[in-house]
Structures are given as structure tokens and as C-alpha cells.
Design a binder for this molecule. Structure first.
Ligand code: C2O
Length: 561
């Protein structure tokens, strides 16, 4: 068996070479065990090198176009002469821009599949980076070699990878428009709940109308979308599977819930980088250990709300991650995600900044540029948006105020003695077995830390295993609210996050046993005035059809960044 067989033998790193050298010298058991030891330490500290496109293996036809040229060892160089482009909000486009936008996608869809920039090849590229197409053989802690799939979602790579993906997508469209370097990709401003037309939180007109302008079939339309997306339905970030008749009254509530969801996931649930970006992911670690708050919900919710709930592989779009890149709205959706990354960094609080670990910064990817050359990029290049020479049209982020705790009310007020009684009457999770939770809600208590650590973020970690995943898992989490149920609105001040996730339903390797949910507690306990109790009481509520979830344990820990 091979010891350390990095994907494609595409070894840029000296550390990798050390391991390979040991492997070749391995004649004696003694040397081998030394090599195992040496490589193990090194592997754990390595960022991912760029994958090898010519060594891609995927049963669902997701491999991107192979490359015959030579990939430069040097990192991609941004064109400093590009004009500054402002990515416009899709709901505010004028007819001329919509016409250009549609022409760009018509031209893209007309490229032959032999062109690595083609429509299908771009969707495949996204799929390959998330569907076991690039595998890395690594050493496990027991010293054995094991193959791990590579996955850009559900971990810290999510935002930078998609920023690059969109950038090259945009450059390719600009090229096809006849080197129109002013072209900027519109973004779908679904977080904007303003009731004033034109509405932002619906499918933008150019996407939703199959015959835009009655002239020609819209290249932005996709027939495989949920019936929820029909005009004039508002998006539902909180319960993306729900598709009730939207009365005016329900629409008023939806706006409030969407604002509340945005505020919670970007402000109270994401006070520090680790919670916002997600868990570390480097060579040797299992994929899917935990996405950040923006990447799980709302990102996943928009996919699920837009996608056809009856879709089966491989004919489906937005709701199935592997095929999401086949709906043009994917790129407008991710424009908003990318914009919200910048919004998050601009929020007050001091701890909202990009990650700075070397293994993160040195992680590399490959993309086809507008000239069909395969170029190498690295996460460190993605963090400063000015490198890309685009910015976003200014739109209100009203959820910062309208969804805030200050704008919410307690729904389960309780006195100190009532809280103590609640703690006493609530069981902890079983320490021996998994606690099964198949109903609409579960309530358990978790012991608080013995000593408060100032300047560190108090986080509730729930280790879960064996998710049934019959459909996307949609959960609301409440504090000190044991009667919370599926009809409890998230506008209650006790709402504090949305664990769960929108997994690759067709990738049985996810999620693995290391999956955890992490929910920030500190700020919320303060705003509830509840930071003096021995335990927290947590209620998880399942929306949609309840599925079997088995929880392993829950613990309160401190994170420092
Ligand atoms: Cu790569 Cu919205 O997913």
C-alpha cells in the first residue's frame, strides 16, 4: 500500500516531497514506522495543494475538462488595468442591462462542450469540487492510508472558492460579450425584505419569466425550479421547503422571519471568524466538519427554496449541490453570498475578520480563465476584494436593525426561580447512548462552564451523528424555551441559531461522524439576561417532515477567534 499518495502526484510542497522520499526508501519496517511518524505530523499541517484536473474520478460525470497545456507554477496575476466594475442588484436592472445579461448566457450556452469554458463544463467544475471527484490519500491517525474526498462546502474554503469561481465565470461572460470589460455579474438580493417594488426577495424577473420581453426564450430561465418560486411568492429563508399560499398576512410574517434569520446568522450566531467561515479543513482532515453560519443557512436555504423538490439526479438544479451550477440563478445567488461576506466584515464588534491561519491562506485551487487557460489561485488572494476590481451596488441591509434582538420580544418570560425549576426538570443528553430525536422537537440541558472566560466566545457544541437526511434538515434552536415547537416564530428573542444542513444527498460519505454543530451563546445569554445560571436549556425544533436525528453529546466551550 502507498503511504502518502497525494492526489494526482501534483506535489508542490517540499513537505509532501519529504514524505514521498521516505516512501521510496522504505525497505525496513523500522524506517517505515519512522516515515509514518514523520509524514503524519507533516500531513496534518498541510494546506490543500491544487487538485489535478487530469486525475479526476467521478461516477456522475462531473470531471471538468482535462487540460493539455502546462499550468504555471506561479499564482494567477490579476489584471490591474481592468476597469472597476459594480455588480448590480438583479431586481434593479434596466432593460438594456437585462438584454446584455441574457445575451451573455446565450453565448455561453452556445459554446461547444469541447471548450473548457462551456456552460456544462463550468457546472461540472463546481460539481467536481464538491462531489468526490478529487480524492486525496492521506494518513489517518492510526498510521494507515485512507482516501478522502475533497469538498469545498461545509468548511472554511466555502467563501473564497466561490469568490474565485464567480470571478472567472464573470470574466468568461465578459470575453464572450466581445471583450466587454465593463460587464459585472448581477446579484440576487434575496436578503432585502423591502415591500417597495421592485421586490428583491422574489425570483428576479429576468430569471422567472421564460419568455422575457416576449421576444426570445430567456437564457436565464430554468424550468426545473420549485413551484414556490412562482411570482409573486416571497423567498422563505427560514423554512425553505414550505410553500404555502402566500396571503398578504403571511408575506408580512415572512419578511420579519427572513430579517430575523439574517440578523441571527450574520450577527449573533457569527461573532467570530470560526463560526462565520466554518471549521478548518486541511490535507488529512475529513471533509464536511462544519459549515459557517452564512454557508449553511441562508446559503443552503436559497438553494432548496429555488430547486425542484421532486428532482432526481441527474436532472435537477439548484436544490442538489452537484447540479446547482446548471441554473443561471446559481451565479446571482452566489453574488449575494459573496457580498454578504463583505457586509459581515463591516459589522461592528472587532472580531469579524478573515481567517489568518497559514493552512487556510495557502490552500490552492485551479480554474479556467477567460482564455481557457488553467490558472492556479490561492485563498490568500481572495480575501481582499479589491484584487478582483469589482464591488457591489449599494443596497440596504435592513435586517441589521429590523431583525435584531432589540426589535424582538421574549416569548417565554420566566423568573429566576422558574428558570431554576426548568433546569431541574430538563434532562441532559444521554452520556451512554445517542439520544434519538425523531419528533418535532427535543429539549435538553447543558452544563455551563465552571469559570467564565472573558474575551472568548462561549459556544454550544452539539455532536450529532446519524442524520437520516431524507430531505434537507431544517432546524430552529431556542434557549430557555422548552415549549418551542414548529409554529414558534423565530422573531422570539429566544431564537439563537439554525444548525442542521443541506447536504449532498447523493454523497454517502457526508456527513461523517465528526460532524458538529456550533452555536454562539455569549451575546444571546446576555441579551436574555440569563448568563448567571448553572445550565442552559436548549430546544431544537424540526420544520418540515421530522426525520431521525441522533445526538451524541453537547458541551459548552470557548473559542478565541
Ligand atoms: Cu457551491 Cu451554493 O454552492
Amino acid at each position: 500500500g502507498s503511504l502518502v499518495l497525494f492526489q494526482g502526484g501534483n506535489n508542490q510542497s517540499n513537505l509532501t516531497a519529504v514524505c514521498i522520499a521516505h516512501k521510496n526508501m522504505m525497505m525496513l519496517v523500522v524506517i517505515m514506522s519512522l516515515a509514518v511518524f514523520a509524514c503524519k505530523g507533516l500531513v496534518e499541517a498541510l494546506p490543500f495543494p491544487a487538485p489535478n484536473f487530469n486525475n479526476c474520478n467521478n461516477s456522475q460525470g462531473c470531471c471538468p475538462a482535462p487540460y493539455n497545456g502546462t499550468i504555471s507554477e506561479k499564482l494567477y496575476v490579476f489584471d490591474r488595468k481592468l476597469p472597476m466594475r459594480t455588480r448590480p442588484a438583479a431586481h434593479l436592472l434596466d432593460d438594456a442591462y437585462i438584454a446584455k445579461y441574457q445575451r451573455a448566457y446565450r453565448l455561453l450556452k452556445a459554446l461547444p462542450d469541447s471548450d473548457p469554458r462551456s456552460w456544462k463544463n463550468q457546472a461540472k467544475l463546481h460539481c467536481a469540487y464538491c462531489d468526490a471527484a478529487f480524492n486525496f490519500d492521506v494518513l489517518t491517525s492510526s498510521g494507515r492510508s485512507s482516501t478522502m474526498r475533497f469538498e469545498v462546502h461545509y468548511g472554511w474554503m466555502f467563501l473564497p472558492w466561490h469568490r474565485f469561481f464567480l470571478y472567472f465565470h464573470e470574466r468568461i461572460l465578459a470575453k464572450l460579450l466581445g471583450d466587454d470589460d465593463t460587464f459585472a455579474l448581477p446579484f440576487w438580493n434575496w436578503d432585502n425584505q423591502s415591500p417597495e417594488p421592485p421586490l428583491a426577495n422574489v425570483i428576479p424577473l429576468a430569471f422567472g419569466n421564460p419568455m422575457y420581453d416576449n421576444k426570445f426564450q430567456s437564457s436565464l430561465y430554468d424550468e426545473r425550479r420549485s413551484r414556490c418560486t412562482k411570482w409573486p411568492n416571497l423567498i422563505d429563508l427560514q423554512d425553505a421547503l414550505e410553500c404555502a399560499n402566500q396571503t398578504l398576512e403571511l408575506q408580512t410574517s415572512l419578511r420579519q422571519w427572513n430579517n430575523r434569520l439574517m440578523y441571527t446568522q450574520l450577527v449573533t450566531a457569527a461573532p467570530i471568524s470560526r463560526l462565520f467561515f466554518g471549521e478548518s479543513y486541511k490535507l488529512g482532515s475529513a471533509p464536511g466538519r462544519g459549515g459557517g453560519t452564512l454557508g449553511v443557512t441562508p446559503h443552503g436555504a436559497v438553494h432548496v427554496w429555488t430547486g425542484d423538490p421532486n428532482a432526481t439526479i441527474p436532472s435537477s438544479d439548484m436544490g442538489i449541490l452537484q447540479y446547482a451550477g446548471l441554473d443561471p440563478i446559481f451565479y446571482a445567488h452566489h453574488g449575494n453570498i459573496d457580498r454578504l461576506w463583505e457586509v459581515w466584515k463591516s459589522l461592528p464588534g472587532g472580531n469579524r475578520k478573515d481567517l489568518s491561519q497559514a493552512d487556510y491562506l495557502n490552500t490552492q485551487f485551479l480554474f479556467y480563465d477567460e482564455n481557457a487557460a488553467l490558472v492556479k489561485v490561492q485563498i490568500s488572494q481572495a480575501l481582499n476584494i479589491n484584487n478582483f476590481r469589482y464591488n457591489y451596488e449599494d443596497v440596504p441591509n435592513s435586517w441589521i436593525h429590523e431583525g435584531s434582538d432589540a426589535a424582538s420580544a421574549p416569548c417565554f418570560p420566566a423568573s429566576t426561580s422558574e428558570i431554576n425549576e426548568m433546569i431541574f426538570n430538563t434532562p441532559p443528553l444521554s452520556t451512554k447512548n445517542f439520544t434519538t430525536f425523531a419528533n418535532s422537537s427535543i429539549t435538553f440541558r447543558v452544563r455551563g462552564p465552571l469559570e467564565k472566560q472573558l474575551h472568548h466566545e462561549e459556544v454550544l457544541v452539539i455532536r450529532s451523528l446519524k442524520l437520516q437526511q431524507t430531505s434537507p434538515l431544517i432546524l430552529n434552536a431556542f434557549l430557555y424555551f422548552p415549549t418551542a415547537n414548529p409554529t414558534t416564530p423565530i422573531t422570539c428573542i429566544e431564537f439563537f441559531g439554525k444548525p442542521g444542513g443541506f447536504f449532498n444527498e447523493f454523497s454517502p460519505t457526508l456527513p461523517d461522524s465528526k460532524m458538529e454543530w456550533r452555536l454562539a451563546l455569549g451575546y444571546k445569554l446576555q441579551s436574555l439576561g440569563m448568563d448567571q445560571f448553572s445550565h442552559v436549556v436548549v430546544t431544537l425544533v424540526q420544520l418540515g417532515l421530522p426525520q431521525i436525528i441522533q445526538l451524541k453529546n453537547a458541551q459548552i466551550v470557548y473559542f478565541d477567534e
